[in-house]
Design a protein around this ligand. Structure first.
Ligand SMILES: Nc1ncnc2c1ncn2[C@@H]1O[C@H](COP(=O)(O)OP(=O)(O)O)[C@@H](O)[C@H]1O
Ligand SMILES: [Mg+2]
Length: 357
């Protein structure tokens, strides 16, 4: 195992076929056999086809897709709850697929933590003892384990609830315990499979905020699965969209909203509040370096919605200079900002960059 664990994950050419003779069908699938064909001809289920994703250490990778698209199958390969039919899963450069049982046990305990949709709390243990469960399994001394658990319980907003039992808590609070338990492990990789999907919308948004706040501090590699696009766009530094076991698009929130790869993604994106995702840099008219500018400035990464809010109170705020760092890179009008909230906005970021170069 690598000396320094930072939690960068690389998934390479990963295939998963469910069925008794999975290996014997890999080649056909690699050569293009469809999920339907594999099912009809050989009664095997294609779970994942040629997944390639690089998840940088310290970032939130969202995996999104409809039910049955392969999200759980994919995340379960990362701590090898599922063995692949072919491919590599590298965590800090070490292939999880090749680990023997002892290595795998050590890897699961120290390098990964999971948060489940159904909380998976032990009913006969109180909040504190649920939270320190992982540390107890690792053999961490009780006083130290209590210290760590108390710190995370406080951080997720559960100070004072240590003695309660899971059935005395709401769903949102139980999920906070699940998160505190996972964070207490201090593993570099945090795996969250639809962790928030069972929560009511307002509580769900709260929990997203808790996660984003904590992530700013802890900078784990978080793999977050959801079938909800708003959640994906809010949380994901990177998003991968799955359909029928295949990645059909990877990119930032803005990439996905502005340039959906196909009709499937476009359908997801249609109802999105664009103003919260699209940044000013995607709609500005680029300026040549050194161009003379004046007026109000906005940071290039400001969202359109935020820009509209900021400019609404600025008198005569029609033309605005966009500064990246301190360099002017473009201008945008209030009208462009307003129209970007309701429609596709061009030029795209890449077009804009190309124009200034
Ligand atoms: N153990 C299994 N045996 C056979 N098929 C499976 C198994 N696990 C998952 N699948 C199939 O793999 C596909 C992806 O499932 P899953 O990863 O659970 O999707 P998601 O989490 O996106 O809802 C589905 O077609 C599902 O029926
Ligand atoms: Mg699932």
């Amino acid at each position: 195992m690598a000396d320094h664990a930072f939690g960068g994950i690389k998934i390479r050419h990963l295939f998963k076929i469910f069925g008794p003779n999975a290996k014997s069908h890999v080649e056909s699938v690699q050569n293009g056999m469809t999920k339907a064909e594999l099912n009809q001809k050989h009664a095997h289920v294609l779970g994942l086809r040629d997944i390639n994703i690089e998840m940088p250490s310290g970032s939130i990778q969202v995996i999104m897709g409809l039910s049955g698209s392969g999200k759980s199958t994919l995340i379960r390969h990362i701590n090898r709850l599922i063995d692949p039919t072919a491919g590599e899963v590298l965590v800090d450069g070490v292939d999880v697929v090749k680990m023997d049982e002892t290595e795998l046990r050590k890897f699961r305990r120290h390098q990964t933590a999971m948060v489940f949709q159904k909380f998976a709390l032990l009913p006969h243990r109180n909040v504190l003892d649920n939270t320190l469960f992982g540390l107890e399994v690792q053999g961490v001394e009780r006083t130290k384990a209590v210290d760590v658990a108390m710190r995370w319980l406080e951080r997720v907003g559960l100070k004072g609830y240590e003695e309660k039992y899971p059935n005395q808590l709401s769903g949102g609070m139980q999920q906070r315990v699940g998160l505190a338990r996972a964070l207490s492990n201090d593993a570099p990789v945090l795996l969250m499979d639809e962790a928030y999907s069972a929560l009511d919308p307002l509580i769900r948004t709260d929990m997203q905020t808790v996660l984003l706040d904590i992530q700013r501090e802890i900078k784990k590699t978080i793999v977050f699965i959801t079938h909800d696009l708003d959640e994906a766009l809010r949380l994901g530094d990177q998003i991968a969209i799955l359909r029928d076991g295949q990645v059909i698009q990877q990119g930032s929130s803005q990439d996905i909203v502005l340039r959906p790869a196909d009709e499937y993604v476009a359908n997801f994106v249609r109802e999105v509040n664009r103003g919260r995702v699209v940044q000013v840099n995607a709609i500005m008219r680029p300026l040549r370096p050194g161009a003379a500018v004046s007026g109000v400035t906005l940071d290039a990464t400001t969202t359109v919605e935020e820009a509209v809010r900021l400019l609404a109170s600025v008198p005569d705020g029609d033309v605005t200079v966009i500064a990246k760092g301190s360099l002017p890179v473009g201008v945008v009008t209030f009208r462009q900002l307003a129209s970007a909230m309701v429609s596709d906005c061009t030029p795209t970021h890449e077009d804009a960059i190309a124009l200034v170069q």
